[in-house]
Design a protein around this ligand. Structure first.
Ligand code: GLU
Length: 522
């Protein structure tokens, strides 16, 4: 079994692509097959700088390795289509010579005018094959004269049958298939052509790809027949939909930004940067269109390899349930073990501490370099300066977070400058000012006791707070909540004794003083 994942370098790897590569990977692993990574970079207009690097990094983050392709080599290279032009030229030449392809001479303007003229014909515009066809000599002469000449494939004029391993038999009537372009006027092959030539050249036996390619497959099969190539087995994976019922797409991000909402995670990198574990992401996307046939939901990669079969891939659309992904992630954070969780956390912090580099942001218009670090980048960078022991402890005391981003939110107060703490008005009113400032009084009392502690440890902090409680008759909440508002600005924090110890004595007392200044004179 030889399978391939063939991304175009147009940006980061998105979840749909991640699911495609995962399913190919699982099938290859399960059957002792070979997974090939092929970069389909013949569309120069859509090429996005650094995409290949990003896609490889996303695959590595997911833990999905490839047996042949960029950085690992193999016997069927090159694995970048931009390095294979001679193969495509030779194949185009063969088709031209046997009459299965022809030069088409229309300029883009002429084509647009044809399209306009024929837009109302039933089934929409279909390129009308010229009669007679331009000869090779006419094509070459037109090209020499400066015309943007393309090469079109002459469709066989018969219905084309696709035997899909998931969808069953799909027939495309000849009337719906037009003579499509296989070589552009700049001499580069189109996606369809390069894909077919390379599937043969790389001895691909099985093509698993998204359903958006289903209508491309008849073209590919027709080309394979004309070129005397093998037709691999095809399986088209169900489309991924948002919960709202729209198709999940990269454009969802722009739409959200326009609406003034935070952009949803779409690319694998988004999930990495938002603090998801690759274990959870893989587990979740495996269930987008596949099911094990029973009610199991949690799978490691090796359990997936064991359970995976093409037969259990569904035909119907998959739903991307973000709530479910969050709960998977929370669950996986509790499962992976302390060492793995720490390593994943450090990856998250590293990625976020360098957002400008990792997000591939362009320098601004003035060429002034990447944009300045965001507030969360600063927090992530500060968190990274904490040693492993502290980070491990912070993971433990905050257990139950859904993502590392949520974890960072919970511990951010530790990394912030004291005067960056903003006191939430509602918390101040409720916890400090209510009952004639009882909270402020508790804060003042406990501050006196905290100020004389040495050394500053969980035990000494606990003792100081408890002695204030017994002297004043207050309950723990009466003291802890005012302290929480003082050190975090609001009423939620990890366990209070740990929070105070980790924050340190100086910062604790400093924040208490700042908080006391919010007291309004009566
Ligand atoms: N380069 C194509 C894409 O990124 C691959 C399609 C295929 O698998 O044939 O969608």
């Amino acid at each position: 079994m030889r399978l391939r994942f063939a991304p175009s370098p147009t940006g980061y790897l998105h979840v749909g692509g991640a699911r495609t590569v995962l399913f190919n990977w699982l099938l290859a692993r399960k059957n002792g097959g070979t997974l090939i990574l092929r970069i389909e970079d013949t569309d120069r207009a859509r090429h996005v700088e650094d995409s290949v690097k990003k896609i490889l990094a996303d695959l590595r983050w997911l833990g999905l390795t490839w047996d042949e392709g960029p950085e690992v080599g193999g016997a069927y290279g090159p694995y970048f289509q931009s390095e294979c032009l001679p193969h495509y030229y030779a194949a185009v030449q063969r088709l031209l010579e046997c009459g299965d392809a022809y030069y088409a001479l229309e300029t883009p303007e002429e084509l647009a005018a044809m399209r306009e003229r024929m837009k109302d014909q039933p089934g929409g515009f279909k390129y009308p094959r010229p009669d007679p066809l331009p000869t090779i000599e006419q094509g070459l002469a037109a090209r020499a004269g400066g015309r943007p000449v393309v090469v079109r494939f002459r469709m066989p004029g018969t219905d084309i049958r696709v035997n899909d391993d998931i969808l069953g038999r799909v027939v495309l009537p000849a009337a719906e298939l037009e003579d499509f372009v296989i070589q552009k006027s700049d001499g580069w092959p189109t996606y369809h052509f390069a894909c077919v030539v390379d599937d043969e050249r790389m001895r691909i036996t099985h093509v698993l790809r998204g359903q958006e390619h289903l209508m491309n497959t008849p073209k590919h099969i027709a080309l394979q027949k004309a070129l005397g190539f093998n037709t691999p087995f095809y399986a088209h994976l169900p489309v991924i939909f948002n919960m709202s019922g729209s198709k999940m797409s990269k454009r969802d991000k722009e739409r959200a930004i326009k609406r003034g909402e935070p952009p949803p995670e779409i690319d694998v990198h988004d999930f990495r940067a938002a603090g998801y574990l690759p274990e959870a992401v893989l587990n979740f996307i495996a269930l987008l269109g596949w099911n094990p046939g029973d009610d199991r939901e949690r799978f490691t990669l090796s359990e997936l390899t064991e359970a995976f079969t093409i037969e259990r891939i569904g035909k119907t659309n998959a739903r991307f349930d973000r709530e479910k992904l969050l709960s998977f992630n929370m669950d996986w954070c509790g499962r992976v073990g302390e060492a793995r969780l720490l390593a994943a956390l450090k990856d998250y912090l590293t990625v976020n501490a360098r957002p400008a580099v990792n997000a591939g942001s362009e320098p601004d218009a003035a060429g002034a370099g990447p944009p300045p670090a965001t507030a969360s980048a600063t927090l992530a960078a500060r968190a990274l300066t904490f040693g492993d022991d502290t980070l491990r402890r912070l993971l433990a005391i905050c257990a139950g977070f859904k993502t590392f981003a949520q974890w960072l939110g919970k511990v951010a107060f530790l990394f912030m400058d004291d005067d960056a703490i903003e006191f939430d008005e509602k918390s101040v009113r409720k916890v400090l000012a209510a009952s004639n400032g009882a909270g402020y009084d508790a804060l003042a009392g406990v501050a006196d006791r905290l100020s004389v502690i040495d050394p500053w440890t969980v035990a000494s902090i606990q003792a100081a707070i408890e002695s204030h409680m017994s002297a004043s008759g207050l309950k723990l909440g009466d003291v802890a909540q005012p302290l929480r508002v003082a050190i975090t600005g609001a009423t939620v924090s990890p366990p209070i004794f740990d929070s105070l110890e980790l924050l340190g004595k100086e910062a604790t007392l400093n924040r208490i003083r700042r908080c006391q200044q919010t007291r309004k004179p009566v």
